[in-house]
Write a protein that binds this ligand. Structure first.
Ligand code: CA
Ligand code: CA
Ligand code: CA
Length: 309
């Protein structure tokens, strides 16, 4: 169902491809972490708190309802705040060359109960997509015709299913342990939560990502790490990210799912699965009150002091 729907949106997009980026005419800033101040990937977003959120982060009021779900017909940001609220934080580091996000989701009821591993969008889940090159959807599609995939994405629902089914699906190599294990050279993903694990809670999803320029599609099970071309990030570059978050609150009397399906992409341009939101990779912002970075000498001294106990 989902795939069919996405294809239908894609067809519509051909006539509106001139808009290219989604939401049109909106560019968000990805904060640059000074060397040594990159976030610790531990499912706790508190190490992002030094960045002024009102200047950088994307909140629920900025999100668009996805077509074909309970949210159909609602306007931008017209969510039920008692059921679903998000904060999407994005940063990068010129020192490590990595991309980072730490996203928080408040939910009145956290549900993981889908019968099929692949139906992650029927649980409380995230569908995040990236394109490092500044390409329009049509340009991405044209490249795909030559087996060059310039986009990639992570679909996941946490905690993992009790039966051990897929918790993460990465389109480039579905079910490949070397890529889907949650911690490898390409990314580290850790989640945490406050409140009740399957009740009212705020979940935090913290992710380090090695940016990818492209990967070779059509290889099936023969796909390996050497089929991925990493990308180098630079100050002033614009990359693409689309965040989508699904809120499942379990079966309701009226058959609805709950808070529904929300995206940082308007869907007007199509291709929400390609990553189409513009993010500007900022220089280091000197007006942010960055903490002091411990020097290696200090770290060494501290190591020696600790070693004495
Ligand atoms: Ca952290
Ligand atoms: Ca909810
Ligand atoms: Ca929920």
């Amino acid at each position: 169902m989902r795939k069919i729907q996405m294809i239908a949106i894609g067809v519509i997009a051909v006539s509106t491809a001139v808009w290219a980026h989604d939401p049109p005419d909106e560019v968000r800033n990805a904060v640059q972490f000074p060397p040594g101040l990159e976030p610790t990937i531990d499912g706790d977003c508190s190490d992002w708190a030094v960045v002024p959120g009102d200047q950088y982060w994307t909140f629920t009021e900025d999100l668009f309802p996805l077509h074909g779900h309970e949210t159909e017909g609602l306007g931008r940001g017209e969510n039920d705040a008692s059921s679903f609220q998000t904060t999407y934080r994005v940063g990068w580091s010129a020192s490590t060359g990595q991309l980072y996000y730490c996203n928080s989701v408040f939910d009145d009821r956290h549900v993981i109960d889908r019968p099929d591993s692949y139906d992650w969008y029927n649980d409380d889940s995230n569908e995040y997509f990236f394109t490092t090159r500044h390409l329009s959807e049509q340009e991405v599609r044209d490249l795909l015709e030559t087996n060059v995939a310039a986009y990639w994405g992570f679909n996941y629902a946490l905690p993992k299913l009790p039966d051990g089914g897929f918790w993460m699906v990465i389109g480039m190599c579905i079910g490949c342990e070397w890529l889907d294990n949650g911690d490898n050279e390409w990314y580290t993903l850790v989640h945490g939560f406050e409140g009740e694990e399957f009740g009212e809670s705020t979940y935090h999803y913290e992710h380090r990502i090695q940016p990818i320029d492209s990967w070779t599609s059509g290889l099936g099970e023969d796909f390996g790490p050497s089929d991925i071309t990493p990308a180098t990030l630079s100050e002033g570059q614009i990359i693409h990210i689309t965040f989508g978050t699904n809120d499942d609150d379990g079966a309701r009397a009226d058959g609805s799912q709950g808070g529904g399906h929300w995206s940082s992409s308007s869907g007007l341009v199509g291709g929400t699965w390609l990553g189409q939101g513009d993010y500007f990779l900022e220089p280091i912002n000197p007006s942010i009150n960055w903490p002091e970075v411990a020097t290696s000498v200090e770290s060494e001294s501290w190591g020696r002091i600790k070693a004495q106990f």
